[in-house]
Ligand binder design. Structure first.
Ligand code: SF4
Length: 259
C-alpha cells in the first residue's frame, strides 16, 4: 500500500525510523521513571517497528472512515466512535454522512432526526448534543470548516483529547500521538511503564508516547494505526503474545513466556 491511504507509510527500516524520532528523549524518560535497561529496551523496540508495520499491512482493520481525510467526516466519526463498537459505526456511516454531509446540514436538522441516525450506537441524547455542538462550533467560529487546532477541537460538549488528536492526525496530517486505554496498555506492558488511572488525560503520557511518533505524517499515521489495531486485536485483556509483532521486545511477554 506504500504511502497511500488507508494505513499510510508502512515501509520503513529501523534506521530510518530512528532518524525520525528522538531516541535519547525516550531513554531519558524511561530512566526518569526508574525503568531498568532503558537503552536496550528502546533499541529492541525500534528494531521491531518494521515488523509491526508489516503486521498492520496484513492485519489492520478496514473501516470506511480510514479512506477519507475530509475533516468533517474524520472529526464527526470520532464522536460517533465514542463509547460504542466500531462495527456499529460502520453500519451507519454511509447513511449518516449522506444525511449530514457538512456542518450546515446537521445544524439545520431537528434534534430528533439526528437522534434517529445515531440511536443504534447508544447514548443517543448525549451524542446528539455533542454533534450539534460540534457543527455549531464549525459554523459560528470557523466559517463552516473544522478547526485544525487541538484546543478548539475540544470545545464541543464531551469531545476530548483523543478525538481532537485523531482529527489532527487523520484529517490535517499532523504527526501527533493518540492515547486511549488500549494504546496505554501496550506501552505499560512493553516497557513496564506505570500508567496513571486516566492515561488519555495525562500530559506526561502524551509526552512519552509522543516521542515514538515520527515527524513524518504518513508514517505517524501508520504507527498510530498499528498501536490502535494491536491494542484492539492482540494486546487485549487476554493478550495474544505469541502472535504479536512486539513479542521480542515486550517485557510482559518475556516474563510470561519464562513463567
Ligand atoms: S507481546 Fe503481548 S503484552 Fe506485549 S504488546 Fe504484544 S500482545 Fe501485548
Amino acid at each position: 500500500m506504500g504511502s497511500m491511504l488507508p494505513f499510510g507509510r508502512t515501509q520503513v527500516t529501523a534506521s530510518e525510523y530512528r532518524q525520525l524520532i528522538n531516541e535519547d528523549k525516550i531513554v531519558g524518560h524511561l530512566e526518569s521513571k526508574g525503568i531498568s535497561k532503558p537503552e536496550e529496551r528502546v533499541t529492541a523496540f525500534i528494531e521491531t517497528i518494521p515488523d509491526l508495520l508489516d503486521w498492520l499491512e496484513e492485519n489492520g482493520r478496514d473501516y470506511p472512515w480510514r479512506y477519507t481525510t475530509d475533516p468533517w467526516r474524520v472529526y464527526v466519526t470520532e464522536i460517533l466512535l465514542q463509547r460504542t463498537r466500531a462495527d456499529a459505526v460502520a453500519d451507519i456511516y454511509e447513511s449518516f454522512f449522506t444525511t449530514f454531509p457538512d456542518p450546515q446540514t446537521l445544524v439545520s436538522a431537528g434534534e430528533q432526526t439526528i437522534f434517529e441516525e445515531v440511536r443504534s450506537l447508544g447514548f443517543g441524547n448525549q451524542r446528539t448534543r455533542s454533534l450539534r455542538d460540534t457543527a455549531r462550533l464549525c459554523i459560528e467560529e470557523y466559517d463552516g470548516t473544522v478547526p485544525d487546532d487541538l484546543e478548539a477541537l475540544q470545545e464541543p460538549w464531551r469531545v476530548g483529547p483523543y478525538s481532537a488528536r485523531a482529527c489532527l492526525l487523520f484529517a490535517f496530517d499532523t504527526p501527533v500521538a493518540l492515547v486511549d486505554s488500549n494504546i496505554a496498555r501496550i506501552f505499560e506492558r512493553v516497557f513496564d511503564y506505570e500508567m496513571p488511572e486516566q492515561p488519555h488525560k495525562s500530559d506526561a503520557v502524551y509526552g512519552f508516547i509522543g516521542t515514538f511518533i515520527p515527524d513524518d505524517p504518513a508514517l505517524a499515521r501508520a504507527i498510530n494505526f498499528s498501536f490502535l489495531d494491536l491494542g484492539a486485536m492482540l494486546c487485549t485483556t487476554d493478550p495474544q503474545c505469541p502472535s504479536c509483532p512486539l513479542n521480542e521486545c515486550c517485557a510482559f511477554a518475556q516474563r510470561t513466556s519464562s513463567d
